[in-house]
Design a protein around this ligand. Structure first.
Ligand SMILES: *[C@@H]1O[C@H](CO)[C@@H](O)[C@H](O)[C@H]1NC(C)=O
Ligand SMILES: *[C@@H]1O[C@H](CO)[C@@H](O)[C@H](O)[C@H]1NC(C)=O
Ligand SMILES: *[C@@H]1O[C@H](CO)[C@@H](O)[C@H](O)[C@H]1NC(C)=O
Ligand SMILES: *[C@@H]1O[C@H](CO)[C@@H](O)[C@H](O)[C@H]1NC(C)=O
Ligand SMILES: *[C@@H]1O[C@H](CO)[C@@H](O)[C@H](O)[C@H]1NC(C)=O
Ligand SMILES: *[C@@H]1O[C@H](CO)[C@@H](O)[C@H](O)[C@H]1NC(C)=O
Length: 525
């Protein structure tokens, strides 16, 4: 009898465990999903398909390894906003086995509002109910050409509003509703996870939709978009105005020299500048030096040093007032100061984000020639871009009190050697949140910023510097176990590398010279 009860209870426990982990291996449950009610939108169609042993192929730059062996209910929801004449696709992938009880929405990159299959695959593989959207603008991270302007040449304001913020609420509301319908229970926790454009969307969620997510991970956020994107044009304008176009090889010599000079300031020579603000590298030091470039020697000129110094300083107006920040010492300069050789002559070539933003949205002429932009013109572009678009896509409102009151947690990280988005813009935002919300200690209860020494944009390739190993895990434990992250575990690759910690701003990691370059050798000071 006792034995019988044991077996009975074991079976009962197993079934409880199965329902707790959210197994839902029923084809009908997937194909019979009903249209959810979404405020402000009309759902046009819903289509659930059960996919077994599904593969998402690798994609250069966005998904390094394929994701295989997925068993999911894949749901496509198409909706339209009243009066907007748009068609927004929201994709939701629900694991058939081993749902971890959580919902996660993933952000986009460049001019795409979501990575679609490229983020749904890895997220569902980890057991999350996952969602991603195209915001009605399709999936082309590299170009907004298809949707930026209407046929009459005016700005497509509805598309911009969806790309800027509305899609963040769409993907959360649809994703959570479908998750609940499929598993017959609400997700226990809901998360946002994104970098770059996805990081900006994370901050949009905290600012505009404070109830939608329990936890938000925002990497290298593209906030203050109308200003920082125009600032990305600064290196091109400087090269053009100074009529000096350094080769990538010359630019790299400056990055390397800055690292060589400032690497050991923190007490450890590991190829990483720990605190770029404490680095006073002077580019003029390299004047007269020879660098080896593709088999021939180039002597660094004074005008090249002048260009490099202006790029690091960032944009100023004619009255000497700062318009935005520059790149940090240690960051690669050759993406924003990109050049191409045409018929034997080196000329500037603008980065695609600022190139498209200025042509389509600020000037509103796709054929505009960016080579015309001089210092005065750029100053006007800053003003026009901010006036017209700050309220739409600035995404930098410092009043997070509603998010704080809702109990949300916000973890932001930014690589200090980001070559695209100026880390000081993120620091500026954090400082403004503190000013608007009565001081750092209160803010630290729900919003922490981690500046990752030596790390480039979203820890892309090559991932130099102290790369955070799993910032999302730190967010989950903050939300679910109330363990606020005192630091983030990180890793430096290469011969002098090893385990590191990244400290919450304004603290920095200090090496406590014990002979071991390990996480335990650093303190936050
Ligand atoms: C639903 O999705 C399946 C698989 O992608 C497709 O074959 C089918 O045509 C879709 N049905 C509708 C009504 O969109
Ligand atoms: C799953 O897919 C992979 C790759 O497409 C294939 O090699 C494998 O045989 C499949 N497994 C099953 C059980 O179908
Ligand atoms: C960033 O801000 C710090 C602190 O104000 C300052 O020391 C540094 O020069 C700034 N860097 C850039 C690139 O603007
Ligand atoms: C390069 O030079 C050739 C010959 O002078 C000319 O036809 C061509 O237009 C030039 N290309 C560019 C991009 O300027
Ligand atoms: C911040 O936002 C809240 C509502 O979310 C509002 O009540 C409050 O007045 C705002 N504070 C400031 C300083 O604007
Ligand atoms: C290096 O770290 C190990 C493990 O933390 C510790 O036992 C050892 O004493 C450290 N070495 C020095 C020189 O401090």
């Amino acid at each position: 009898m006792a034995r019988f009860f044991l077996v009975f209870f074991a079976a009962l426990l197993a079934s409880v465990a199965a329902s707790y982990t959210g197994d839902r291996n029923s084809k009908c449950a997937c194909t019979a999903l009903k249209k959810p009610d979404i405020p402000g939108a009309e759902v046009i169609s819903i289509n659930g398909t059960q996919l077994l042993n599904h593969t998402v192929a690798a994609f250069p730059g966005l998904l390094p390894e394929p994701v295989t062996g997925l068993a999911i209910c894949a749901v496509d929801v198409v909706l339209t906003h009243k009066g907007a004449h748009d068609q927004v696709l929201v994709k939701v992938w629900l694991p058939l086995k081993g749902w971890n009880g959580r919902f996660q929405a993933n952000g986009g990159s460049g001019f795409a509002a979501g990575g679609l299959d490229l983020t749904l695959g890895p997220t569902a593989k980890l057991g999350y109910a996952a969602a991603s959207t195209d915001a009605g603008v399709g999936f082309n991270p590299l170009s907004p050409e298809a949707w930026a302007l209407l046929a009459d040449g005016s700005v497509n304001q509805e598309a911009l509003a969806s790309f800027a913020y509305r899609s963040v609420s769409d993907v959360a509301l649809v994703g959570k509703a479908i998750t609940e319908q499929f598993y017959r229970k609400k997700p226990k926790y809901s998360y946002w996870n994104g970098c770059s454009t996805g990081g900006r969307q994370g901050l949009v969620a905290a600012q505009r939709y404070p109830d939608l997510f329990d936890g938000i991970l925002a990497g290298a956020p593209a906030i203050s978009w109308p200003t920082y994107v125009v600032a990305e044009q600064w290196p091109q304008v400087v090269m053009h105005e100074e009529n000096t176009f350094p080769s990538p090889c010359e630019l790299k010599a400056f990055t390397d020299a800055a690292v060589a000079e400032c690497d050991a300031v923190d007490g450890l020579a590991d190829g990483v500048i720990n605190n770029p603000s404490a680095c006073n590298f002077n580019p003029y030091k390299l004047v007269g030096h020879q660098v080896e470039c593709e088999g021939h020697k180039i002597t660094i000129t004074e005008s090249v040093a002048k260009v490099v110094r202006k790029i690091y300083q960032g944009p100023f107006n004619q009255d000497g007032q700062r318009l935005w920040y520059g790149l940090n010492f240690g960051a690669a300069l050759n993406t924003l100061a990109n050049t191409v050789v045409v018929n034997g002559t080196r000329k500037g070539s603008s980065f695609f984000v600022n190139d498209a933003w200025i042509r389509y949205w600020v000037i509103k002429n796709p054929k505009y020639d960016l080579d015309q932009i001089d210092y005065t013109t750029l100053e006007h572009l800053f003003a026009e871009s901010a006036t017209e678009y700050d309220s739409i896509i600035g995404s930098d409102n410092p009043n997070l009190s509603a998010f704080e009151n809702a109990g949300g947690k916000l973890l932001v990280w930014h690589g200090l050697s980001d070559q695209l988005i100026f880390p000081n813009g993120t620091v500026n935002y954090r400082d403004r949140v503190e000013q608007s919300m009565s001081g750092p200690s209160k803010v630290n209860d729900f919003f922490r910023l981690f500046l990752a020494p030596g790390v480039d944009h979203c820890a892309g390739t090559p991932s130099l510097g102290a790369v955070p190993t799993d910032p999302f895990a730190a967010l989950v434990s903050w939300v679910e176990e109330k363990k606020a992250p005192a630091h983030l575990p990180a890793q430096v690759s290469g011969p002098q590398g090893g385990d590191r910690i990244i400290c919450p701003y304004p603290l920095t990691a200090k090496y406590q010279a014990d002979g071991n370059a390990s996480a335990a050798s650093f303190d936050c000071v």
